[in-house]
Design a protein around this ligand. Structure first.
Ligand code: CTP
Length: 401
Protein backbone atom coordinates (compact mmCIF):
# COMPACT_ATOMS: atom_id res chain seq x y z
CA UNK A 1 0.00 0.00 0.00
CA UNK A 2 1.24 3.48 -0.77
CA UNK A 3 1.03 6.99 0.54
CA UNK A 4 -1.23 7.93 -2.37
CA UNK A 5 -4.09 10.11 -1.16
CA UNK A 6 -2.50 10.74 2.22
CA UNK A 7 -2.26 14.25 3.67
CA UNK A 8 1.27 15.20 4.62
CA UNK A 9 2.05 18.37 6.55
CA UNK A 10 5.69 19.43 6.30
CA UNK A 11 7.05 22.05 8.71
CA UNK A 12 10.36 23.57 7.65
CA UNK A 13 12.52 25.36 10.18
CA UNK A 14 15.53 27.57 9.50
CA UNK A 15 18.49 25.38 8.61
CA UNK A 16 20.53 24.98 5.45
CA UNK A 17 19.13 21.45 4.99
CA UNK A 18 15.83 23.14 4.07
CA UNK A 19 16.99 23.07 0.45
CA UNK A 20 16.68 19.27 0.46
CA UNK A 21 12.96 19.48 1.26
CA UNK A 22 12.24 20.32 -2.38
CA UNK A 23 13.17 16.75 -3.28
CA UNK A 24 11.03 15.32 -0.50
CA UNK A 25 7.96 17.32 -1.55
CA UNK A 26 8.43 16.31 -5.19
CA UNK A 27 8.71 12.66 -4.16
CA UNK A 28 5.50 12.77 -2.06
CA UNK A 29 3.53 14.61 -4.75
CA UNK A 30 4.72 12.14 -7.40
CA UNK A 31 3.44 9.29 -5.23
CA UNK A 32 0.01 10.92 -5.11
CA UNK A 33 0.11 12.43 -1.60
CA UNK A 34 -1.28 15.87 -0.78
CA UNK A 35 1.44 18.06 0.68
CA UNK A 36 0.92 21.21 2.73
CA UNK A 37 4.00 23.14 3.80
CA UNK A 38 4.37 25.58 6.66
CA UNK A 39 7.63 27.31 7.60
CA UNK A 40 9.14 29.21 10.48
CA UNK A 41 10.02 32.81 9.62
CA UNK A 42 13.74 31.88 9.57
CA UNK A 43 13.20 29.11 7.03
CA UNK A 44 12.44 31.79 4.47
CA UNK A 45 16.11 32.76 4.62
CA UNK A 46 16.95 29.36 3.12
CA UNK A 47 14.12 28.52 0.73
CA UNK A 48 11.48 30.59 -0.99
CA UNK A 49 7.73 30.22 -0.66
CA UNK A 50 7.56 30.30 -4.45
CA UNK A 51 9.77 27.26 -5.02
CA UNK A 52 8.00 25.30 -2.29
CA UNK A 53 4.47 26.20 -3.31
CA UNK A 54 5.25 25.39 -6.96
CA UNK A 55 6.26 21.89 -5.94
CA UNK A 56 3.56 21.32 -3.31
CA UNK A 57 0.83 22.94 -5.45
CA UNK A 58 -0.52 24.68 -2.37
CA UNK A 59 0.14 28.05 -0.72
CA UNK A 60 2.89 28.01 1.89
CA UNK A 61 2.15 29.56 5.28
CA UNK A 62 4.70 31.21 7.56
CA UNK A 63 2.46 33.28 9.78
CA UNK A 64 -0.95 33.23 11.41
CA UNK A 65 -2.08 35.93 9.00
CA UNK A 66 -1.67 36.22 5.25
CA UNK A 67 -0.96 39.46 3.41
CA UNK A 68 -4.54 39.55 2.16
CA UNK A 69 -5.82 39.71 5.74
CA UNK A 70 -6.94 36.08 6.08
CA UNK A 71 -6.24 33.95 9.13
CA UNK A 72 -4.26 30.75 8.64
CA UNK A 73 -5.87 28.39 11.12
CA UNK A 74 -3.20 26.28 12.79
CA UNK A 75 -5.96 24.03 14.15
CA UNK A 76 -7.37 23.32 10.71
CA UNK A 77 -3.91 22.66 9.28
CA UNK A 78 -3.09 20.33 12.15
CA UNK A 79 -6.32 18.34 12.02
CA UNK A 80 -6.15 18.06 8.25
CA UNK A 81 -2.89 16.11 8.35
CA UNK A 82 -2.47 12.34 8.41
CA UNK A 83 1.17 12.88 9.41
CA UNK A 84 3.31 15.88 10.30
CA UNK A 85 7.01 16.00 9.43
CA UNK A 86 9.25 18.63 10.96
CA UNK A 87 12.27 18.79 8.64
CA UNK A 88 14.79 20.17 8.99
CA UNK A 89 14.16 20.50 12.71
CA UNK A 90 16.65 22.95 14.21
CA UNK A 91 17.77 22.87 17.85
CA UNK A 92 15.61 25.93 18.43
CA UNK A 93 12.43 24.46 16.92
CA UNK A 94 12.99 21.15 18.68
CA UNK A 95 13.34 22.93 22.00
CA UNK A 96 10.18 24.96 21.42
CA UNK A 97 8.25 21.83 20.48
CA UNK A 98 9.08 19.87 23.60
CA UNK A 99 8.67 22.82 25.95
CA UNK A 100 5.50 24.25 24.43
CA UNK A 101 7.08 27.57 23.51
CA UNK A 102 4.35 28.52 21.11
CA UNK A 103 5.56 31.66 19.32
CA UNK A 104 5.06 30.86 15.65
CA UNK A 105 2.69 29.09 13.25
CA UNK A 106 4.80 25.92 13.10
CA UNK A 107 4.72 25.36 16.86
CA UNK A 108 1.03 26.29 17.20
CA UNK A 109 0.22 23.83 14.42
CA UNK A 110 2.40 21.16 15.99
CA UNK A 111 0.68 21.64 19.35
CA UNK A 112 -2.73 21.29 17.73
CA UNK A 113 -1.80 18.14 15.80
CA UNK A 114 -3.29 14.79 16.75
CA UNK A 115 -1.56 12.86 13.97
CA UNK A 116 1.80 11.07 14.23
CA UNK A 117 4.75 13.48 14.18
CA UNK A 118 8.13 12.76 12.55
CA UNK A 119 11.17 14.86 13.35
CA UNK A 120 14.29 15.08 11.16
CA UNK A 121 16.81 17.08 13.18
CA UNK A 122 19.57 19.02 11.46
CA UNK A 123 22.29 20.97 13.24
CA UNK A 124 25.99 21.27 13.70
CA UNK A 125 27.64 18.28 15.39
CA UNK A 126 28.30 19.94 18.75
CA UNK A 127 24.75 21.23 18.92
CA UNK A 128 23.47 17.77 17.99
CA UNK A 129 25.52 16.16 20.76
CA UNK A 130 24.74 18.83 23.36
CA UNK A 131 23.00 17.39 26.43
CA UNK A 132 20.07 19.75 25.94
CA UNK A 133 19.49 18.46 22.39
CA UNK A 134 19.86 14.85 23.58
CA UNK A 135 17.29 15.49 26.32
CA UNK A 136 14.91 17.26 23.95
CA UNK A 137 15.06 14.43 21.43
CA UNK A 138 14.41 11.93 24.20
CA UNK A 139 11.47 14.02 25.31
CA UNK A 140 10.10 14.15 21.78
CA UNK A 141 10.30 10.36 21.64
CA UNK A 142 8.56 10.09 24.99
CA UNK A 143 5.65 12.05 23.44
CA UNK A 144 5.40 9.24 20.87
CA UNK A 145 7.08 11.15 18.03
CA UNK A 146 9.44 9.40 15.63
CA UNK A 147 12.92 10.91 15.43
CA UNK A 148 14.65 10.24 12.12
CA UNK A 149 18.27 10.52 13.26
CA UNK A 150 20.66 12.95 11.67
CA UNK A 151 23.36 11.38 9.52
CA UNK A 152 27.14 11.74 9.55
CA UNK A 153 29.13 13.62 6.97
CA UNK A 154 30.42 17.03 6.11
CA UNK A 155 28.41 19.80 7.72
CA UNK A 156 27.79 23.35 6.55
CA UNK A 157 30.32 24.56 9.12
CA UNK A 158 33.04 22.50 7.42
CA UNK A 159 33.18 20.16 10.41
CA UNK A 160 32.66 16.46 9.89
CA UNK A 161 30.34 14.48 12.15
CA UNK A 162 26.72 13.63 12.92
CA UNK A 163 24.18 16.41 12.49
CA UNK A 164 23.17 16.62 8.86
CA UNK A 165 19.53 15.97 8.14
CA UNK A 166 18.58 12.48 6.99
CA UNK A 167 18.42 12.30 3.19
CA UNK A 168 14.97 12.94 1.66
CA UNK A 169 14.96 9.32 0.52
CA UNK A 170 15.39 8.11 4.11
CA UNK A 171 12.59 10.39 5.34
CA UNK A 172 10.36 9.27 2.48
CA UNK A 173 11.04 5.58 3.23
CA UNK A 174 10.19 6.13 6.90
CA UNK A 175 6.83 7.65 5.97
CA UNK A 176 6.14 4.90 3.40
CA UNK A 177 6.88 2.29 6.02
CA UNK A 178 4.58 4.03 8.51
CA UNK A 179 1.61 4.04 6.13
CA UNK A 180 2.24 0.47 5.01
CA UNK A 181 2.16 -0.83 8.54
CA UNK A 182 -0.72 1.38 9.71
CA UNK A 183 -3.17 0.98 6.90
CA UNK A 184 -6.36 -0.19 8.53
CA UNK A 185 -8.50 -2.74 6.79
CA UNK A 186 -11.74 -1.13 5.58
CA UNK A 187 -13.81 -3.55 7.62
CA UNK A 188 -16.75 -1.17 8.11
CA UNK A 189 -16.92 0.02 4.51
CA UNK A 190 -20.52 0.76 3.52
CA UNK A 191 -21.78 0.76 7.12
CA UNK A 192 -23.41 3.73 8.82
CA UNK A 193 -22.47 4.03 12.49
CA UNK A 194 -24.30 6.38 14.85
CA UNK A 195 -22.51 7.30 18.09
CA UNK A 196 -23.81 9.37 21.00
CA UNK A 197 -21.13 11.05 23.09
CA UNK A 198 -20.44 13.45 25.94
CA UNK A 199 -22.73 14.72 28.66
CA UNK A 200 -26.09 16.41 28.28
CA UNK A 201 -26.83 19.73 29.97
CA UNK A 202 -30.32 20.29 31.34
CA UNK A 203 -31.12 23.96 31.75
CA UNK A 204 -32.33 25.33 35.09
CA UNK A 205 -32.46 28.96 34.04
CA UNK A 206 -30.71 31.03 31.35
CA UNK A 207 -27.31 30.64 33.03
CA UNK A 208 -27.36 27.33 34.91
CA UNK A 209 -27.72 23.69 34.09
CA UNK A 210 -27.55 20.19 35.55
CA UNK A 211 -24.77 18.21 33.87
CA UNK A 212 -22.03 15.67 34.49
CA UNK A 213 -18.30 15.21 34.09
CA UNK A 214 -18.32 13.17 30.87
CA UNK A 215 -15.43 14.30 28.64
CA UNK A 216 -16.80 12.74 25.45
CA UNK A 217 -13.41 11.13 24.77
CA UNK A 218 -14.70 7.57 24.46
CA UNK A 219 -17.32 8.52 21.87
CA UNK A 220 -14.91 10.64 19.83
CA UNK A 221 -12.30 7.83 19.85
CA UNK A 222 -14.98 5.42 18.63
CA UNK A 223 -15.98 7.83 15.87
CA UNK A 224 -12.39 8.23 14.69
CA UNK A 225 -11.76 4.50 14.72
CA UNK A 226 -15.00 3.64 12.90
CA UNK A 227 -14.12 6.22 10.25
CA UNK A 228 -10.63 4.74 9.81
CA UNK A 229 -12.33 1.42 9.10
CA UNK A 230 -14.35 2.99 6.30
CA UNK A 231 -17.69 3.63 8.04
CA UNK A 232 -19.80 6.72 7.60
CA UNK A 233 -20.12 8.07 11.13
CA UNK A 234 -22.87 10.22 12.63
CA UNK A 235 -21.54 11.57 15.90
CA UNK A 236 -24.13 13.21 18.15
CA UNK A 237 -22.42 14.91 21.04
CA UNK A 238 -23.34 16.98 24.06
CA UNK A 239 -21.10 19.88 25.12
CA UNK A 240 -17.44 18.75 25.21
CA UNK A 241 -14.00 20.14 24.49
CA UNK A 242 -13.33 17.33 22.00
CA UNK A 243 -12.79 18.17 18.35
CA UNK A 244 -12.80 16.04 15.25
CA UNK A 245 -11.98 16.88 11.66
CA UNK A 246 -12.61 13.83 9.57
CA UNK A 247 -14.46 13.75 6.29
CA UNK A 248 -16.27 10.52 7.22
CA UNK A 249 -17.58 11.90 10.51
CA UNK A 250 -20.66 14.11 10.61
CA UNK A 251 -20.66 15.89 13.97
CA UNK A 252 -24.00 17.10 15.37
CA UNK A 253 -23.80 19.13 18.55
CA UNK A 254 -26.73 19.12 20.92
CA UNK A 255 -27.21 20.27 24.50
CA UNK A 256 -30.03 18.41 26.24
CA UNK A 257 -31.23 14.80 26.32
CA UNK A 258 -34.40 15.74 24.43
CA UNK A 259 -32.33 17.31 21.66
CA UNK A 260 -30.12 14.22 21.55
CA UNK A 261 -33.17 11.97 21.23
CA UNK A 262 -34.59 14.06 18.39
CA UNK A 263 -31.25 14.10 16.53
CA UNK A 264 -30.77 10.33 16.90
CA UNK A 265 -34.17 9.66 15.36
CA UNK A 266 -33.43 11.87 12.36
CA UNK A 267 -30.98 9.15 11.33
CA UNK A 268 -32.05 6.00 13.15
CA UNK A 269 -33.84 4.18 10.30
CA UNK A 270 -30.77 4.25 8.08
CA UNK A 271 -28.01 3.25 10.48
CA UNK A 272 -26.40 -0.18 10.75
CA UNK A 273 -24.75 0.19 14.15
CA UNK A 274 -25.75 2.41 17.09
CA UNK A 275 -23.32 2.99 19.94
CA UNK A 276 -24.58 4.96 22.95
CA UNK A 277 -21.54 6.24 24.83
CA UNK A 278 -23.20 9.47 25.99
CA UNK A 279 -23.66 10.12 29.69
CA UNK A 280 -27.22 11.33 29.37
CA UNK A 281 -28.63 13.19 32.37
CA UNK A 282 -31.34 10.95 33.80
CA UNK A 283 -33.44 13.88 35.05
CA UNK A 284 -34.11 17.43 33.91
CA UNK A 285 -35.70 20.35 35.78
CA UNK A 286 -39.48 20.31 35.42
CA UNK A 287 -39.55 24.04 34.73
CA UNK A 288 -36.82 26.11 33.11
CA UNK A 289 -36.92 29.54 34.76
CA UNK A 290 -37.15 32.32 32.19
CA UNK A 291 -35.03 34.63 34.32
CA UNK A 292 -31.97 33.85 36.43
CA UNK A 293 -33.05 32.25 39.72
CA UNK A 294 -32.29 34.66 42.60
CA UNK A 295 -30.91 33.53 45.95
CA UNK A 296 -33.84 34.78 48.01
CA UNK A 297 -34.45 31.82 50.29
CA UNK A 298 -32.22 29.67 52.50
CA UNK A 299 -33.32 26.53 50.69
CA UNK A 300 -34.12 25.90 47.09
CA UNK A 301 -35.99 22.81 46.00
CA UNK A 302 -35.83 21.74 42.40
CA UNK A 303 -38.40 19.47 40.90
CA UNK A 304 -36.87 17.12 38.34
CA UNK A 305 -38.59 14.94 35.79
CA UNK A 306 -37.25 11.86 34.07
CA UNK A 307 -35.53 12.38 30.74
CA UNK A 308 -36.29 10.12 27.80
CA UNK A 309 -34.06 7.05 27.77
CA UNK A 310 -32.56 7.44 24.32
CA UNK A 311 -30.97 4.02 24.08
CA UNK A 312 -34.05 2.26 25.40
CA UNK A 313 -36.14 4.03 22.76
CA UNK A 314 -33.63 2.90 20.12
CA UNK A 315 -33.98 -0.65 21.45
CA UNK A 316 -37.77 -0.49 21.27
CA UNK A 317 -37.70 0.72 17.67
CA UNK A 318 -34.98 -1.67 16.56
CA UNK A 319 -35.52 -3.30 13.18
CA UNK A 320 -32.08 -4.28 11.85
CA UNK A 321 -29.72 -2.04 13.87
CA UNK A 322 -26.93 -3.56 15.97
CA UNK A 323 -27.09 -1.73 19.30
CA UNK A 324 -24.26 -1.19 21.77
CA UNK A 325 -24.81 0.37 25.19
CA UNK A 326 -22.48 1.44 27.96
CA UNK A 327 -22.93 0.85 31.64
CA UNK A 328 -20.99 2.81 34.23
CA UNK A 329 -21.47 1.08 37.53
CA UNK A 330 -20.20 1.29 41.08
CA UNK A 331 -21.68 -1.92 42.50
CA UNK A 332 -23.21 -5.22 41.29
CA UNK A 333 -21.54 -4.27 38.04
CA UNK A 334 -22.05 -7.39 35.94
CA UNK A 335 -25.61 -7.97 37.06
CA UNK A 336 -26.59 -4.36 36.37
CA UNK A 337 -24.89 -4.35 32.97
CA UNK A 338 -26.63 -7.55 31.91
CA UNK A 339 -29.93 -6.12 33.20
CA UNK A 340 -29.49 -3.08 30.93
CA UNK A 341 -28.66 -5.31 27.97
CA UNK A 342 -32.07 -6.98 28.39
CA UNK A 343 -34.09 -3.94 29.43
CA UNK A 344 -32.88 -1.79 26.53
CA UNK A 345 -33.00 -4.61 23.96
CA UNK A 346 -29.27 -4.32 23.12
CA UNK A 347 -26.95 -6.64 21.23
CA UNK A 348 -23.94 -5.82 23.34
CA UNK A 349 -23.02 -3.79 26.42
CA UNK A 350 -19.71 -2.31 27.50
CA UNK A 351 -19.22 -2.17 31.24
CA UNK A 352 -16.84 0.12 33.03
CA UNK A 353 -16.67 -0.03 36.76
CA UNK A 354 -15.77 3.05 38.72
CA UNK A 355 -14.09 0.64 41.13
CA UNK A 356 -11.36 0.05 38.53
CA UNK A 357 -8.64 2.66 38.67
CA UNK A 358 -8.24 4.52 35.37
CA UNK A 359 -11.75 3.67 34.18
CA UNK A 360 -14.65 6.01 33.60
CA UNK A 361 -15.35 9.62 32.76
CA UNK A 362 -12.43 11.94 32.96
CA UNK A 363 -9.50 9.62 32.32
CA UNK A 364 -7.75 9.09 29.01
CA UNK A 365 -7.84 5.40 29.82
CA UNK A 366 -10.60 2.88 30.31
CA UNK A 367 -10.96 -0.69 31.54
CA UNK A 368 -13.91 -2.53 30.11
CA UNK A 369 -15.80 -5.79 30.06
CA UNK A 370 -18.08 -6.62 27.14
CA UNK A 371 -21.23 -8.71 27.41
CA UNK A 372 -23.60 -10.11 24.87
CA UNK A 373 -26.43 -12.44 25.84
CA UNK A 374 -24.06 -15.39 25.56
CA UNK A 375 -20.52 -14.05 25.82
CA UNK A 376 -18.32 -12.16 28.23
CA UNK A 377 -14.88 -10.71 27.55
CA UNK A 378 -12.63 -8.77 29.90
CA UNK A 379 -9.97 -6.31 28.71
CA UNK A 380 -6.91 -4.68 30.32
CA UNK A 381 -6.60 -1.00 31.19
CA UNK A 382 -5.88 0.80 27.89
CA UNK A 383 -6.02 4.22 26.27
CA UNK A 384 -9.50 5.15 25.04
CA UNK A 385 -8.21 4.95 21.44
CA UNK A 386 -7.18 1.33 22.05
CA UNK A 387 -10.46 0.58 23.84
CA UNK A 388 -12.32 1.92 20.79
CA UNK A 389 -10.47 -0.65 18.66
CA UNK A 390 -11.41 -3.48 21.05
CA UNK A 391 -15.07 -2.44 21.02
CA UNK A 392 -15.25 -2.23 17.23
CA UNK A 393 -13.36 -5.53 16.81
CA UNK A 394 -15.98 -7.12 19.04
CA UNK A 395 -18.85 -5.53 17.10
CA UNK A 396 -17.39 -6.72 13.80
CA UNK A 397 -16.99 -10.26 15.13
CA UNK A 398 -20.67 -10.24 16.21
CA UNK A 399 -21.83 -9.00 12.82
CA UNK A 400 -20.06 -11.89 11.13
CA UNK A 401 -21.97 -14.44 13.22
N1 CTP B 1 -28.70 6.19 28.07
C1 CTP B 1 -29.48 6.87 27.15
N2 CTP B 1 -30.43 7.75 27.59
C2 CTP B 1 -30.63 7.97 28.90
C3 CTP B 1 -29.82 7.29 29.86
C4 CTP B 1 -28.87 6.41 29.40
O1 CTP B 1 -29.31 6.67 25.94
N3 CTP B 1 -31.54 8.82 29.31
C5 CTP B 1 -27.71 5.20 27.60
C6 CTP B 1 -26.27 5.56 27.86
O2 CTP B 1 -25.71 6.24 26.76
C7 CTP B 1 -25.63 4.20 28.08
C8 CTP B 1 -26.73 3.36 28.66
O3 CTP B 1 -27.93 4.04 28.30
O4 CTP B 1 -25.27 3.59 26.87
C9 CTP B 1 -26.66 3.14 30.15
O5 CTP B 1 -26.81 4.30 30.85
P1 CTP B 1 -26.84 4.37 32.46
O6 CTP B 1 -27.06 5.77 32.85
O7 CTP B 1 -25.65 3.67 32.99
O8 CTP B 1 -28.07 3.51 32.78
P2 CTP B 1 -29.51 3.89 33.16
O9 CTP B 1 -30.38 3.08 32.30
O10 CTP B 1 -29.69 5.36 33.14
O11 CTP B 1 -29.61 3.34 34.64
P3 CTP B 1 -29.07 3.89 36.02
O12 CTP B 1 -28.74 5.36 35.84
O13 CTP B 1 -30.20 3.64 36.92
O14 CTP B 1 -27.87 3.06 36.36
Amino acid sequence: MSISGKKILIAISGGIAAYKIHFLIRDFVKKGAEVQVIMTPDAEQFVTKLSISTLSKKPVYTDFYSDNGTWNSHVELALWADVMIVAPCTANTLSKMVHGMCDNLVIATYMSAKCPVFIAPAMDLDMYMHPSTRKNLEMAESFGHVVIPAESGELASGLIGQGRMAEPETISNTIDHFFNSHQEAQTLQGKVVLITAGPTYEALDPVRFIGNHSSGKMGFSLAEEASKRGAKVILISGPTAQTINDKNVELHKITSAKEMLAKVFEFYDNIDIGIASAAVADYAPKEVAKEKIKKNDENLTLELVKNPDILKTMGEKKTHQFLVGFALETQNEEENAKGKLEKKNLDMIVLNSLRDEGAGFKNDTNKIKIFTRTEKKEFDLKSKDEVAKDILNFVEAQLLK
